[in-house]
Design a protein around this ligand. Structure first.
Ligand code: ZN
Length: 133
């Protein structure tokens, strides 16, 4: 198994950050031709998702829709005051798994991997593991 991690700085409260280059680099560095790549977010107010990468307005629209979906005015009990961020993190999930074939991620033509910031701006860590097989 190949292990690597990287950090990134987010700049907004809600934001989708393109991490395709870093994950592609991990797959290139690992030397594994066929296997599984797991991209994992260790934060409780962040997530990993795969979505459209050709048109950046898609990420803007996702953020806009999320802002309208999760109410900030509920009687939340979590004292840190960021319950909407935790709700979004659970809705998206902590990780994505992508097949590796011929030394490359087997993504669709329009797909890219994103780190989802739901309580930024912060410095975040992403773990990548590639398993041969
Ligand atoms: Zn919290």
């Amino acid at each position: 198994m190949y292990k690597t991690s990287f950090t990134l700085k987010t700049s907004s409260y809600l934001e989708l950050v393109d991490i395709q280059r870093q994950v592609d680099q991990a797959v290139s560095d690992c030397g594994i031709i066929d296997g599984i790549c797991h991209v994992y977010n260790p934060h409780t107010t962040g997530a990993i998702t795969i979505n459209e990468g050709a048109d950046p307005t898609v990420q803007t629209d996702i953020v806009m829709a999320l802002e309208g979906m999760i109410p900030f005015s509920l009687d939340y009990r979590h004292m840190e005051g960021n319950s909407p961020s935790h709700v979004l993190a659970s809705l998206f999930g902590t990780s994505e798994t992508i097949f590796v074939e011929n030394g490359q991620l087997l993504l669709g033509t329009w797909q890219k991997i994103y780190f989802c910031e739901f309580d930024g701006p912060r410095t975040r860590t992403v773990h990548v593991r590639v398993v041969a097989g």
